[in-house]
Each structure stands twice: as structure tokens, then as C-alpha cells.
Write a protein that binds this ligand. Sequence first.
Ligand SMILES: Cc1cc2nc3c(=O)[nH]c(=O)nc-3n(C[C@H](O)[C@H](O)[C@H](O)COP(=O)(O)OP(=O)(O)OC[C@H]3O[C@@H](n4cnc5c(N)ncnc54)[C@H](O)[C@@H]3O)c2cc1C
Length: 485
Amino acid sequence: MTARPALLWFRDDLRLSDNPALRAAIDRGHLICLYILDTSAERRPLGAAARWWLSRSLTALSEAIAAKGGELLVLRGDPAEVLPDVVERTGSGYVAWNRRYDSAAIALDKALKATLTEAGTAVESFNANLLNEPWQVKTKTDGPFKVFTPYWRAVREGGEPAAPLPAPARLSKATLPAALRKRILTVADLALEPTRPDWAGGLRESWTPGEDGARHRLDAFLDETLAGYREARDRPDRLSTSRLSPHLRFGEISPRQIWHAAQAARQAGNTPGSAADVEKFFSEIGWREFSYHLLFHNPDLASVSYDRRFDAMSWEKDKTGLRAWQKGLTGYPIVDAGLRELWQTGWMHNRVRMITASFLIKHLLTDWRAGEAWFWDTLVDADPANNPASWQWVAGSGADAAPYFRVFNPVTQGEKFDPKGVYVRRFVPELAGLDDKFIHRPWEAPASALKQTGIVLGRDYPKPVIALDFGRRRALDAFAALRSE
Ligand SMILES: Cc1cc2nc3c(=O)[nH]c(=O)nc-3n(C[C@H](O)[C@H](O)[C@H](O)COP(=O)(O)OP(=O)(O)OC[C@H]3O[C@@H](n4cnc5c(N)ncnc54)[C@H](O)[C@@H]3O)c2cc1C
């Protein structure tokens, strides 16, 4: 151990276990744990729901570090300036971080590595949040993959991921110069949580951000939900998936940890999940990996259509339709339930993400970027790779995307995946009294049935914002025109 302290810069890796940069820094010197709230205009600001999550996650991390004898230093500003300043003031001889993969973060890290190295500080970066680095998985011709199935086959042929690292038993604390200590903020000083109005009640009820919350969520999933995952994962009316996405987004748990916990639970007979359930679950983790692969090789994934033919698309600029969609007031119950679930809890079931995104892009012929931006602001798991990759997948502009002629019908999708209307009734309570037969098509309910439940369409619940046949035909024409370009 050297006399100079070692600095660990936390970013999207808010955990102590399976944290390779933390492990490396501990081995190098007295530890300084740092988080910088990035306020630079160079990088996409976090959405409001993600800021709430970050606040809670940082609090949990700070408490976990303190419980082991360390301290999390919190600062705000442009990391390009703040980090070298902290390194200089503390005399740190070594800096470690875990990698991020969006182009702005890569550019920042590169520049920082050069600056710090030149000033005589050793810098190391690690992979903590993916099973494979995006550049490691290659086609036979040494290029990036464009299709998921061969990508995932190549990953699976690479064998099992490395075993996760344990959390350190103890953490040390470095002494800070007084001038720096004065600048240290609390998590509350970052003002990441909404106050006026405080709209985060539903988020607080739904989630426990932080490493312990993530572990608890994983254990509950393995015990209760993994069995039957393969079949049930499309059902929004049940607890059918892991809900680990925001924990993964903020690096409170790693895919390696999830992978090995699922394998161990099954081998020990502790989970009733079958091999097929586990394999399906792993392949969903695989889609996350694939999204990062796409983001790394297509840095503009959130702003530019992967298929450039989509640049010629004549999207509608229907602000009223977009507003109705955002508020969950389209008149299509499964779409409205999804957008209200999102608004209330900061999360939406995957099947419903696909239905709502398809409705916006296809029926309302609205640019996928408008939906991506709304999700970015309202999802607690808003992810720089998964969000744009998934929006482009639904639009048909992405890699290995859904075919352009696939237009989800929100009525039949609702009837298939929420057959008793349990999900709709939970998030669209004004329809709760409607018969199952009409729960996904209230405009077809006879006046007497509506009257019985006290609903007047157009007053208590909207009439459909668009006729499905018209929207579908308009979309097919517009998308077909692109294909012939
Ligand atoms: C329009 C649209 C936008 C989306 N935006 C995001 C986003 O911002 N952040 C995000 O994490 N996911 C996003 N997804 C993917 C997916 O909907 C969520 O990852 C999933 O619903 C999270 O729930 P879960 O953790 O219970 O998933 P599980 O089914 O339990 O899956 C486990 C993990 O695998 C990953 N995963 C699962 N499905 C997908 C998928 N289709 N693509 C990529 N990774 C997947 C997630 O990390 C997830 O936590 C989006 C999907 C669509 C259709």
C-alpha cells in the first residue's frame, strides 16, 4: 500500500459487491470514494424519475460505505474539472472507475485518463456492468453483430461469466484537506428529489433503491417468479418479471451476480424455475447486452435512426395525440394503463412498453424520438442503451427490429395479455366496474352497461383518440413508402 490515497470514482456502479474498480482501489492505498453529480451540458441530463432513484441509491450507498468505516464524498459539477481537482488536492496516486458506454462518457473518460496520467496519477478502468465488453463480441468477419440470435449464440459459446467479487469487509478513510472538506455536499444538497409538487409517492411505495433492495428483489424473483417466467413474462396483470431493471441501470447489482445467483439457486434446488425459464431470463439479460453492443457501435442511437431510410419518414406532428398518450388518455385502456403505471411507479411492464410504443409510433405516426424522450424522463430504469434500442426496435428502424408491418392492436393485445382486465382496472380505476367483455373496448359497451358503472365516455374516460383501422392503414402506407425508397 502506498502513502498516496487511491480514489474510486463511483458512477453507474452504486454497489460494494462485485465492484472491480473498488477492489482495485482498496488494494492500492487509503481509499477515497467519490461521486460527482455531473452538471456538464456535454452529457444528456438524467430524467426526473431517474434523479429520484439516484438520490435514494446514493443515500443507500453512502450508508453502506459508512457502515464499513469509509466515507462517500459527494460533489457536483463537470467531472472534467472536479475529478482532477480532487486528485490534486488529495494527492491521490491512483484512480479507478468502472466503464460506461455512451459516447459522451467515453469521451470524458478518455480525456480524464490522459489528463490524470500526464499529471503522474495511475488510472485504471474496469468492466463491472456487462457480461462482455461491447467490442469483445465479434462476428466471424470481425465486425459488430446486427442480429440478436447469432450475437447471443456467440456470447453463450464463450462460456459462463466470471464469478462475482465479494464486497470488502472493511473500508478505510483518507484524511481530506480542510478546503476540500468544506466543499463536500450531502445527497440532500443535490436536490434530486421533487418537492413542489412531490410527485414521487408512488415511486417510494414501489421501490427500494440501493444494493440491499436489489439483492432482495433478486432473491424474491428467484423464489417466487422465475418458475414459469418463460410463459408468464408477457403478463402485465401478474408479477411476472424480475423488476431488476432500475437496479441494473444504476449498477446496484451486476449481470454476473444475477447470472450466478440464478444458476446456484437452480442447481441447489432452491428455485422451482426450470432450465428453460432460466435460459429465457438469461436471454433477456442478453438483450440488454445487445443494446449496449449497438450503442457502442452506433453512438447516436438515441437521436439517429439506425436504418437511415427512416430519415425520410414524414411523421405527424400531432401534439394533441402525443399529450393524450403521455397522460394515459388515449381511450385505449391497455395503452392508458401502461402510461399511468409509468407515471405512478416510474416503470412499465415490457409487453405494455411494446404496445404503448407501437401505438405512438404506428397509430399516431409520431417520431419514435418523442416517445424515447418521454420514457427517458419518466422511467426509473431509463437506460442510455436499452431505451433507444428498444424504441428503434418497435419503430422498425433499429437493428434486428420488429417488421414495419407489425402494428400491435391494443384491443387484441389487451385481451390476450390482460384477459380479465386486472391490469387495466388497477391503473384505470374509472373503468373498474365494466364487464370483462368491454374492459379493452369500452366504446362498444352498450349505454346501459356504461350507465350502470357511472361512466360517460368523453367525460369520465376519453373516446378513442384515433380509429384503429385508420391509424393502421396510414402507418402501413407511410412505412411501405419508406421501404421502396
Ligand atoms: C419502448 C421500450 C423502451 C424500453 N426502455 C427501457 C429502458 O429505458 N431501460 C431498460 O432497462 N429497459 C427498457 N426496455 C426493455 C424492457 O422493457 C425492460 O428492461 C423490462 O421491462 C424491465 O423489467 P424487468 O427488470 O422485470 O425485466 P426481466 O424480464 O426480469 O428481465 C431482466 C433484465 O433483462 C433486461 N431486459 C429485459 N427485457 C429487455 C429488452 N427487451 N431489452 C433490453 N433489456 C431487457 C433488463 O435489464 C431486465 O431488468 C424498454 C422496452 C421497450 C419496448
